[in-house]
Design a protein around this ligand. Structure first.
Ligand code: AMP
Length: 566
């Protein structure tokens, strides 16, 4: 018989503190008193500013206003807003009520918005009046009847045109409640439900839909805390920082990547920019002493050009962080030269935030890669196999050459989709997220993303990864941007086709082809065999190229005879 240990440890008290008091909301309220008089939020376009004490007061007022509209524990609040203070207030107020905040893409069509309304069945739907027509059509089309419609008219705050010149004002929906009425005070105060836990869903994001319809991704309170911790560790983000997101807060590369989530948890300051403007952004750095800018590589391209045209003092910057799309080697080195040597690149997904991170110390040697696994994450590149994907232990060679699928195991994921058990079972398996991204990794576990499985081209039986071909084309000075896709072809299976935005009008398909032929890193079968020059490429609101749309364009252009075949 084994004797009982004399002092068996009982974790009950720890578990109670951990599960009930280690919430994201608790972290925010700590800052409201700890940093009461420090800056929390600034909207330079309207001149509005909040200290932590003021932010706490407005979160309480908004929560009371939402409660008066019928929003309660577990209810969903959908908000379709630009990066304005109202966005930040809703993010926090939803959590204060024990509700789920669901910020959605302001570029969604009425049909896509209606799908979200039917998927999430919100008690309240908040929209910016600049997209009132979309909101009106979505509410009409959706089967779900939204409890309260709330309109934000941020444009009215600084007179005609409003922040960023939002264009024509559209009258709000007839029965919409002005956001200002909720904030005005006078509603019975609410206290956060006592029985919330770290496992409660707090925020629901929709993926950017680069390969199809957006999926609802559930994040819980602990996921938000650990996301904030990750940014605090990796930037590192401190209470003295002032961050500005150049991409929308509604996606993980916004809210989580130096946006409201880590900022209000760390006690730093968020600076709002409703619409990205590279010149204004650089002016803000100089005028307001910003310390971090966060965006997609396309934002950095525009920033670099604006800085070259009119250099500003960017010495307050502690870093520029990119996420969302591959950061090519040449582009990375240019940003270091022109903007700041402290360039970071986070690779990740809506599902699990970033999971690999490239830091300034990795440069220039590892420019072009997405860095190594984040502190708390397991990341592996596994062999490509038919069907469901390889087992986690079936690793691709760490030789910088073999292409496999990236899988991650991370507590920054909620491991769930809304109303989509089939996709959930497919993507989350045995604690791992199968990202569908293709990559190589090297001996030191630096991961280089080469594209998405869905975008891979098979030409003459060989795999062609669009990102590799695009990187080669982008090295030509006459190429501003490009997207490479596969066009169905009777002989080759798929034909490699390049859509190019030219930086120089004299650029020809023959010239591009000469450049590809002469390039030491591009096998012959990967060379585009047809070109089309276009003024712009289809991108999501979060700066990702939509290869599936370019592929549709290629099929149509081929039928119309407008592709330039070599
Ligand atoms: P989403 O979840 O819709 O925001 O899209 C996530 C996808 O964006 C990933 O699966 C990648 O394909 C791509 N992505 C995100 N960050 C990076 C990065 N740093 N480098 C390359 N691709 C990225």
């Amino acid at each position: 018989m084994t004797e009982a240990r004399p002092h068996p440890y009982d974790p009950t008290a720890f578990r109670d503190v951990f599960e009930h008091h280690f919430t994201y909301l608790a972290g925010f309220w700590r800052n409201v008193h700890r940093y009461a008089s420090r800056p929390a939020l600034h909207d330079p376009l309207t001149g509005r500013r909040w200290t932590y004490a003021e932010l706490g007061r407005d979160v309480e007022r908004l929560a009371a206003g939402l409660a008066a509209c019928g929003v309660g524990r577990g209810d969903v609040v959908v908000f379709q807003l630009f990066n304005t203070p109202e966005w930040a207030l809703l993010y926090l107020a939803a959590q204060h009520l024990g509700a789920v905040g669901s910020p959605v893409n302001f570029r969604f069509s009425p049909g896509e918005t209606a799908l979200v309304l039917d998927d999430s069945r919100p008690s309240a739907y908040v929209f910016d009046v600049a997209i009132a027509e979309t909101a009106r059509a979505a509410v009409d089309v959706a089967r779900h009847r939204v409890g309260a419609l709330i309109s934000v008219d941020a444009a009215a705050i600084d007179g005609p045109g409003g922040p960023g010149g939002r264009g024509d004002r559209v009258p709000p929906l007839r029965d919409a409640i002005p956001f200002g009425d909720l904030l005005a005070g006078g509603h019975p105060a609410v206290t956060p439900p006592a029985d919330v836990t770290i496992y409660d869903e707090t925020t629901r994001l929709y993926t950017s839909g680069t390969t199809g319809m957006p999926k609802g991704v559930c994040l819980n309170s602990l996921v938000e805390v650990l996301t904030a911790h990750d940014v605090i560790m990796h930037f590192p983000l401190s209470p003295e920082d002032k961050t500005l997101n150049m991409t929308p807060w509604f996606h993980r590369g916004g809210v989580s990547s130096g946006g409201p989530c880590p900022v209000f948890y760390a006690g730093a300051e968020a600076v709002a920019m409703p619409r990205f403007d590279p010149d204004l952004c650089l002016d803000y750095v100089a005028a307001h002493g910003l310390t971090f800018l966060i965006g997609a590589p396309t934002n950095l391209v525009m920033l670099a050009s604006a800085q070259e045209a009119r250099p500003r003092d960017l010495s307050t910057l502690r870093g520029i962080v990119t996420m969302g799309a591959p950061l090519e080697r040449q582009a990375c080195l240019r940003f270091q030269r022109v903007l700041t040597p402290r360039i970071f690149n986070g690779y990740g997904t809506t599902e699990a935030f970033w999971n690999t991170f490239l830091r300034p110390a990795d440069l220039p040697d590892h420019a072009g890669s997405a860095g190594r696994a984040c502190t708390d994450d397991d990341v592996a590149v596994v062999r490509l196999v038919e069907g469901d994907g390889a087992e986690p232990g079936d690793l691709a060679a760490k030789d910088g050459t073999e292409i496999g699928e990236v899988i991650v195991r991370s507590v920054k994921s909620g491991y769930a989709y809304t109303n989509n058990p089939a996709e959930q079972a497919q993507r989350f398996r045995g604690g791992w997220l199968y990202t569908g991204d293709l990559a190589t990794w090297d001996r030191d576990e630096y991961v280089t993303i080469v594209g998405r499985k869905d975008d891979m081209i098979i030409s003459g039986g060989e795999n062609v990864y669009p990102v590799q071909v695009e990187e080669v084309l982008n090295e030509h000075p006459g190429v501003s941007e490009c997207a490479v896709v596969g066009l169905p072809d009777a002989r080759w299976g798929e034909l490699v086709v390049a859509y190019v935005v030219a930086a120089d009008d004299s650029l020809t398909a023959t010239e591009c082809d000469k450049h590809c032929q002469a390039h030491p890193m591009l096998a012959g079968y990967k060379r585009p065999r047809a070109y089309r020059f276009v003024p712009e490429l289809p991108v999501t609101a979060t700066g990702k190229k939509m290869h599936y749309k370019v592929r549709e364009m290629a099929i149509a252009d081929d039928a119309a005879g407008t592709l330039m075949r070599l």
